[in-house]
Design a protein around this ligand. Structure first.
Ligand SMILES: *[C@@H]1O[C@H](CO)[C@@H](O)[C@H](O)[C@H]1NC(C)=O
Ligand SMILES: *[C@@H]1O[C@H](CO)[C@@H](O)[C@H](O)[C@H]1NC(C)=O
Length: 461
């Protein structure tokens, strides 16, 4: 008894010393005010976490505390895909962060996810955005899924040293596109780490238009194009028999595109046209180029988009010196901040590594999973995601707990949903692009809120 008291007193004293003895480690990362920012009541932080003892490799983060009562709200990590695209530029400043660049300043995003959670945006892997690797002056070495997951784990581990008050907080990881690889792989490492020493209080993951099993995901594109009138009946037949999309991508990244695939793919490209946004087939082309994040999923898309989209407010904003200073960001080894990295050398064939099986092992650990789909996206269409979720639920013997039905945001249908075993959910977001929170912010916020609470989506209005 006395012993226990002495020990806990010691712990308290140590904690006390830290608080009194030195300023909190997060203090120097605090953002006083972003240029052009409207006044707000929540705190923002940004800066670097170094990954190695020589401090040559570092990841850049932007952290926004919850608008109201941050102490009672969970911690949510957000990751964009690519691989190589920025969670700061795409996620925070175009999708679900508190501000969006507008002219010389920033405007509030009414549907910011920090109304529900403390949001942590991470530019990963090294070489993306303001994150850097200065260990080799002759350039970047190849980065793989495994390296990315390990670095992300080290980042979070060290980030908790800056923000110890968040270590025990309920933790969720969310993101989209190629983050369908990053997130399950990071979560898996956390689960392994926790077996030795419980550090990550991981409660759930949410994956938007994610790559989970590349053949299923990529090949649903043919049906999407065809059913939305982007390709003809005869081209659909070729694109599903002579050469399907997963085969094309697989050949493309091995530098060995066969004559038949070359023929089929140019026919598909000609019919779909470059003047339709593949990330939202109902949109005209010039949505901000900041929203491209599918380097490997749409190999030829990235260059196409540059032609048609000239101006981009986020790119301009994040390249201002005063903004960089306010963010405590530096340009290391690059001349400017880019939405999607030009220096990152990613192992693109890693797209073929399935992550749907990792999702299965996370569910077995009791970690909640939501897979959601902006239903206007042809890059990772809803049909592939829905089929993968259903297949995994069936394999695991998870019964349907919420049958396929509509869900509501306000008085309108926000999309469709199905839940398996009260732990594994699928949902579409009606009228949303590949970047659902960008194009359907209100519906996406309802989805996010339900996910955090572990509730099914609203059944009525
Ligand atoms: C640095 O990068 C170059 C080119 O990628 C590579 O050949 C070399 O082995 C790297 N050096 C070190 C010390 O890793
Ligand atoms: C796609 O093509 C590959 C290679 O020809 C084939 O193995 C696979 O079954 C095809 N998938 C679909 C969905 O057609």
């Amino acid at each position: 008894m006395a012993m226990t008291m002495a020990v806990s007193l010691m712990v308290m004293l140590c904690a006390f010393t830290v608080v009194v003895g030195e300023p909190s480690l997060s203090e120097s990362d605090k953002i006083l005010k972003l240029p052009g920012q409207p006044p707000v009541g929540f705190q923002q932080f940004s800066g670097y976490v170094t990954l190695d003892s020589k401090r040559k490799r570092a990841l850049f983060y932007y952290f926004v505390e919850a608008e109201v009562d941050p102490v009672s709200k969970p911690l949510v990590l957000w990751l964009n895909g690519g691989p190589g695209c920025s969670s700061l530029g795409v996620g925070a400043f175009s999708e679900n962060g508190p501000f969006r660049p507008n002219g010389q300043g920033l405007v509030r995003n009414e549907y910011s996810w920090n109304t529900e959670a403390n949001m942590l945006y991470l530019e990963t892997p090294v070489g993306v955005g303001f994150s850097y690797d200065s260990s080799n002056s002759s350039g970047y070495e190849v980065v793989t899924d495994a390296i990315t997951a390990r670095d992300n784990l080290v980042f979070l581990h060290k980030w908790f040293l800056k923000f110890p008050q968040y270590q025990q907080r309920d933790l969720f990881i969310t993101g989209e596109s190629y983050a369908g690889h990053y997130i399950p792989q990071l979560a898996e490492l956390m689960v392994q780490f926790n077996k030795n020493k419980k550090l990550f209080n991981l409660k759930g993951i949410a994956l938007g238009n994610p790559v989970l099993e590349y053949a299923t995901d990529l090949n649903s594109r043919a049906e999407y194009f065809w059913s939305h009138g982007l390709i003809s009946d005869s081209t659909y037949k070729l694109f599903t028999s002579a050469c399907n999309y997963s085969r094309y991508v697989s050949e493309y990244y091995r530098d060995s595109v066969s004559p038949i695939c070359s023929k089929v793919y140019s026919q598909v490209s000609r019919e779909t046209s470059r003047f339709v946004d593949k990330y939202d087939v109902t949109l005209d082309v010039c949505i901000p180029s900041v929203l491209s994040q599918s380097k490997i999923i749409s190999p030829q898309q990235v260059t196409e988009r540059v032609d048609v989209c000239v101006e981009d407010e986020t790119v301009n904003y994040l390249n201002r010196r005063d903004v960089r200073r306010a963010l405590h960001a530096r340009l290391v080894g690059v001349r400017k901040w880019e939405v999607c990295s030009n220096i990152l050398d990613y192992e693109l064939l890693n797209i073929e590594i399935p992550t749907i099986n990792i999702v299965g092992s996370l569910l077995k650990e009791g970690i909640r999973v939501l897979v959601y789909s902006g239903d206007q996206d042809s890059v990772i269409p809803l049909m592939g995601s829905r089929a993968l979720v259903h297949r995994l639920a069936t394999e695991m013997g998870l019964e349907t707990t919420v049958p396929y039905r509509v869900w509501f945001e306000g008085q309108q249908v926000g999309g469709w949903t199905q839940v398996y075993g009260n732990i594994f959910s699928f949902a579409t977001v009606r009228g949303a692009s590949h970047e659902a929170p960008f194009s359907q912010p209100e519906r996406s916020l309802v989805l996010f809120r339900s996910f955090l609470k572990g509730n099914p989506l609203p059944e009525s209005f």
